[in-house]
Design a protein around this ligand. Structure first.
Ligand code: ADP
Ligand code: MG
Length: 695
């Protein structure tokens, strides 16, 4: 149960004065639906009202605070849609305050004729007159009341005024309780950080630009809180999972030996190392939860296959889950022949199986006849029962979030878990997203791969590119042509892809060009892909459906339109589709000029290196964490206060801190432990606290 002291923080924002359902919906979009969301949303900017020029010296377009005499109210004539005006002056000149849809009685009270007033807002020149439309504040200079000198500005959504949001934040802060300190006192004083309540107050009361920086002390403290909550939660999840005792699987045996012999190549050093990690996990009684990271083409699949064979060897079953049907089939094609040669029954289960076929497979699965099952997440439907599932491998992990990972491992007889991703993740980010797992990295590619010749070209060179492609196609080369898919307008993007399809059909030959996109049915997609793999098609145009894992070893050209719209990691993955065989290959990144500095730098990174880990680190550096991950990529925590590209060092400390805390107080039962539970609730890590009480 959430501690009572936090109840006020988790109340709905509609409990705030002046926040009805309509405004609540807008605030929810900008910050979130609860008081705590407002408290933990840092201001994005700052309005400085300290600038107090005379009227004649006030620069047009700037926010100024003027001390004026109210000379005369000039109400709009009845029936005419003119604004209400108030004429003001100081010894240097005049300024007119302008109000549309004004309430005269209110203004008369606010600014009585003959009085002195402070007015603050943006000053402009209009028809040769100085004017301030709808001043932000009108105040009595003797008693300026709630007119702040420095005013925080929050991220806004359309329809929500900055003022409304600011008032809601101020009320929320009033409700924020003083909480027992969860940070180590000596650490706090070493960093000169303040208590939580003071820190959130400071967060919302910037007095200068530096106060908005992620490096401002209050902001750092709160970022550290957030990171500590994140690391504690992940370690708790990890501990709970490890405790649910797995089984010992003996890694070696004749099955594996025969597989090694059947393999047409030698495993790379990195593959062997990863396998050693995995076998050690499998042999131990603790449950394996391991993340295997490796670039596209680094050979993760075969590593997974060895691990699965090891489970089979021990008399149990294994499952391999792919994010898409196409990928599942591809795994089936690669691994099927090996399994057959070894006499191991391997099957694929997808949503497309007819009911009779499906029933038979399910039966064979229950009886233990099927040893290895490949599929999509359909693998985890309720009616899919294994006789003895010992190992689950999840391919392309970045599509599954922490929550799904928890769900998965709470299912059934708690199999060992190996998750694989081809999206290289910077170390720091790995810690925040996958801190609950052990890590293996394959940093080396199988021998003989040639570097991909990568170029960037403006889209104005389209005709040259198409001409080059035509010549290559004549020589029997194969190419991917990627048109980006933006989620918000998949229809528009589809049109773009279809148009490109038409252009290329005309240029290269209708029978040699194929198109796949997200709105096609599975079988439709597969049949186009098939023709590409078989070599019947020279060019495959795709929206990003080919992004993940699909393998066509003969393709040597990758052309990406609107490359500037993709994340670096995505571009890198796409490029990884070519350069797999021994032929030299190329990648053309087409962009729409003009490119901004960052966009230019990002594309350059891609030209300069093919090392996914280097690319990932650079991407993080250039764009910051939020952008690297993108909202679409589930599985990564969205921090409000922490910014991994800036707070990497804090993260490392939080990691160590969390470890130490749990070593000393595994159940969070001490006084500090109770405060830390509070921290976890504050950052909505209820799931992790539950694991605590369950243990
Ligand atoms: P990933 O899943 O990491 O993207 P794959 O497992 O699909 O990569 O491997 C890519 C290709 O490299 C496959 O055709 C595979 O057979 C081949 N391969 C894997 N390991 C080696 C190796 N050690 N030597 C040569 N080729 C390899
Ligand atoms: Mg793969």
């Amino acid at each position: 149960m959430r501690p009572e002291i936090l109840n006020s923080m988790f109340a709905d924002i509609t409990t705030l004065n002046g926040v009805g359902p309509k405004i609540a919906a807008l605030i929810s979009r900008a910050a979130g639906p609860r008081i705590v969301d407002l408290v933990l949303t840092p201001p994005a900017g700052l309005i400085d009202r300290s600038f107090r020029p005379a009227i004649a010296e006030a620069p047009s377009g700037r926010i100024v605070t003027l001390k004026v005499q109210i000379d005369k109210h000039d109400p709009a004539p009845k029936g005419r849609r003119l604004p209400y005006k108030i004429i003001c002056s100081d010894e240097t000149g005049f300024v007119t305050l302008v109000f549309f849809h004004a309430r005269a009685d209110y203004l008369k009270k606010q600014a009585p004729e003959g009085s002195q007033r402070l007015v603050s807002g943006k000053i402009e020149d209009f028809n040769g007159q100085r004017q301030m439309a709808h001043p932000d504040y009108i105040a009595d200079p003797e008693n300026p009341g709630d007119m702040p000198v420095f005013e925080p500005v929050y991220p806004l959504t359309a329809g929500l005024s900055s003022n409304v949001l600011r008032k809601a934040v101020a009320q929320s802060l009033d409700r924020a309780p003083v909480l027992a300190e969860w940070q180590d006192e000596s650490w706090l004083s070493a960093r000169k950080w303040r208590g939580w309540k003071t820190s959130v107050e400071l967060l919302h009361a910037p007095g200068q630009q530096e106060d908005l920086s992620p490096l401002a002390p209050a902001r750092q403290r709160l970022a550290y809180d957030e990171l500590l909550a994140n690391q504690l939660a992940l370690l708790l999840i990890r501990k709970a999972r490890k405790k649910s005792r797995g089984r010992a699987i003996k890694g070696d045996g004749e099955l594996l030996a025969r597989m090694k012999k059947a393999l047409p190549f030698a495993l790379t050093h990195a593959q062997k190392q990863a396998l050693n990690d995995i076998f050690a996990d499998l042999r131990s009684n603790e449950r394996m939860v391991r993340l295997l990271q490796g670039d596209v083409g680094s050979g993760k699949t075969i590593v997974a296959f060895f691990a699965m064979l090891s489970a089979v060897q021990s008399g149990a079953q294994a499952a391999l889950m792919a994010p898409t049907e196409i990928l599942a089939r591809q795994h089936m094609e690669t691994l099927g022949p090996f399994a057959q040669a070894l006499g191991v029954q391997l099957e694929i289960l997808t949503g497309r199986d007819k009911s009779g076929v499906r029933a038979k497979k399910l039966e064979q699965l229950r009886s233990g006849q099927i040893k290895i099952l490949i599929g999509t997440h359909a693998l985890f439907q309720d009616d899919v029962l294994f006789q003895d599932l010992a190992l689950v491998v999840i391919d392309e992990q970045h599509r599954f979030g922490v929550r799904q990972r928890i769900a998965l491992t709470q299912k059934g007889p708690k199999p060992d878990l190996l998750v694989m991703t081809a999206t290289p993740i910077p170390r720091t980010l790995s810690l925040t997203a996958y801190g609950d797992m052990d890590h293996s990295r394959i940093m080396e590619k199988p021998p003989g791969r040639k570097p991909v010749d990568t170029r960037t070209l403006p889209i104005t060179r389209l005709n040259d590119v198409i001409e080059g492609l035509r010549r290559a196609a004549d020589k029997g080369e194969q190419a991917y042509w990627v048109c980006p898919l933006v989620e918000e307008s998949s229809l528009l993007d589809l049109t773009a892809a279809e148009e490109r399809f038409e252009t290329l059909k005309t240029a290269i030959g209708a029978e040699k060009v194929g198109l796949v996109h997200g709105r096609m049915s599975g079988p439709e997609k597969d049949s186009v892909m098939e023709r590409f793999y078989r070599g019947d098609l020279a060019v495959l145009i795709a929206t990003t459906v080919i992004e993940v894992g699909v393998n066509a070893p003969n393709a040597t050209i990758m052309i990406i339109e609107h490359a500037e719209r993709f994340g670096l990691a995505q571009l890198h993955q796409l490029r990884g589709r070519v350069g797999r065989g021994d032929k030299s290959s190329s990648c053309i990144l087409l962009y729409k000029p003009p490119l901004g500095e960052t966009a230019k730098a990002r594309l350059k990174v891609l030209r300069d290196t093919e090392d996914g880990f280097v690319i990932a680190e650079e991407d993080l550096r250039l764009r910051g964490a939020g952008d690297v991950l993108g909202a679409a990529q589930s599985g990564f925590p969205q921090f409000r206060l922490a910014d991994i590209s800036v707070h990497a060092e804090l993260l490392a400390t939080a990691r160590d801190d969390a470890k130490l805390i749990l070593e000393r107080d595994a159940g969070l039962e001490t006084e500090r432990g109770a405060a830390l539970r509070c921290l976890l609730y504050l950052f909505s890590r209820d799931d992790a606290v539950k694991l605590l009480s369950a243990g």
